[in-house]
Ligand binder design. Structure first.
Ligand code: ADP
Length: 387
């Protein structure tokens, strides 16, 4: 296609056909000189692109169409045959009727009738295609988001299933110990050649009761975690004697304490510490913390439980001189199922759920829990609850 000037009568037939096509609604064109000043525009150019302007003829292309601002180097490259064409695609433009149009701009080099080089700008209205394209992109995005959601849900589901699986196997493992002790003692007591001596029988019966309590405690923890996971933990807060709960916790762990020859000190203020807490949950907190101190402190060790109030808080501190926890492990201590390598190696049984429960219950009381611990030296767990 060769474009000479805007005198149709003297233009070649091919150009007239070209002009007829270009004057259709879908295409518009403009011709510029070597300085990018517009020499000629098609009939529909103004309607499509510059309805407000008197005439864009004579204006530099970059001024007539904002899309070409800052494109001088590309236009020059086309003019000097350094690139065959320059295209701007899917340009979003507000059309004279206020709707949004999608236009393609294509710049190629043209020889003008004075043999000088100029540029030919072909504009293609792709609005219908553009809208379809945009809708497609939107649908793709929606699908993409949906797929992401499904992926995330799948991941959470897999994680939950994994957690439940690990949780159940650990819980089962933890429960087997007290259960086999109960079964062992009961079988001995029932057997024909069983224990006859009343004192020994009493001790075994006590052990059965203790192991049953431990089992009950483990089941209680399991139920609590399940409730926590389902957001069903509801506190029943009422004024409770915290000192009394701590004393009962020590009693509940009495035989474990005796077996390991541990020294346990309880330090309370002279008057009762009556604080609004959920007594059952607070018991769970103190039992978990104290049973950890008992578990992770070697025979003959010392455990100290101290409770007191400040102006705003109840403070409970449980310290031991046991195996302790390294600084890098402290941060992960309250994660569900987390156990330190030391604890695992020591063959001390545990499921890594106690501290998770403790932290959640303390936070449900709008309180806080802190740990200070040194490997091989011991640990102090401090709970701070609002009065
Ligand atoms: P479990 O004791 O059943 O493993 P917990 O959630 O109660 O689970 O404790 C998580 C881990 O924190 C334990 O496995 C142990 O590694 C560490 N830990 C907790 N309390 C103590 C403590 N008093 N001394 C040393 N390590 C402790």
């Amino acid at each position: 296609m060769k474009l000479f000037n805007n005198n149709n009568a003297r233009a070649p037939i091919s150009l007239n056909i070209a002009r007829a096509i270009l004057d259709s609604e879908v295409f518009a064109f403009a011709i510029t000189d070597q300085f990018f000043n517009i020499l000629e525009i098609s009939a529909n150019f103004k309607a499509l692109l510059a309805p407000e302007t008197d005439s864009v003829v004579g204006l530099p292309l970059q001024e007539a169409l904002w899309e070409f601002m800052g494109t001088e180097s590309e236009l020059t490259a086309v003019l000097h045959d350094q690139r065959p064409k320059f295209q701007l695609q899917h340009i979003n433009r507000t059309l004279p009727d206020g709707s949004t149009g999608y236009l393609n701009f294509e710049i190629t080099k043209q020889r003008l009738n004075n043999q000088q080089a100029g540029l030919f700008l072909l504009i293609q209205d792709q609005t219908e295609l553009g809208v379809a394209h945009q809708q497609l992109t939107q649908q793709k995005n929606t699908l993409y988001l949906l797929r992401n959601e499904i992926d995330k849900t799948n991941q959470t589901l897999t994680q939950t299933l994994n957690i439940k699986e690990v949780f159940l196997s650990m819980a089962a493992h933890d429960m087997r110990n007290p259960l086999s002790a109960i079964m062992g003692y009961a079988s001995l007591l029932l057997s024909a050649n069983g224990v006859q001596e009343p004192q020994a029988r009493d001790e075994m019966l006590h052990s059965i009761i203790e192991q049953s309590k431990h089992l009950d405690f483990l089941i209680n923890d399991l139920v609590t975690v399940d409730k926590l996971n389902n957001g069903q933990l509801h506190l029943q807060i009422k004024p409770s004697d915290v000192g009394d709960i701590l004393t009962k916790t020590i009693e509940a762990l009495g035989s474990n304490i005796q077996k390991k020859d541990l020294i346990v000190r309880l330090i309370l203020p002279p008057s009762p510490l009556v604080i609004p807490v959920d007594p059952q949950r607070f018991w769970q907190v103190s039992y978990n913390l104290l049973s950890n101190s008992v578990k992770y402190t070697p025979d003959g060790g010392v455990i100290e439980i101290k409770a007191y109030t400040t102006d705003e808080h109840l403070i409970v501190q449980i310290s031991d001189n046991g195996m302790g926890i390294s600084q890098e492990n402290i941060a992960r201590l309250f994660n569900l199922h987390y156990r330190t390598a030391n604890a695992k190696q020591s063959k001390i049984s545990g499921a890594g759920i106690g501290l998770y429960i403790v932290k959640t219950i303390v936070e449900a009381h709008k309180g806080d829990i802190f740990v200070e611990s040194y490997l091989g030296k011991g640990s102090t767990f401090t709970i701070e609850l609002p009065k």
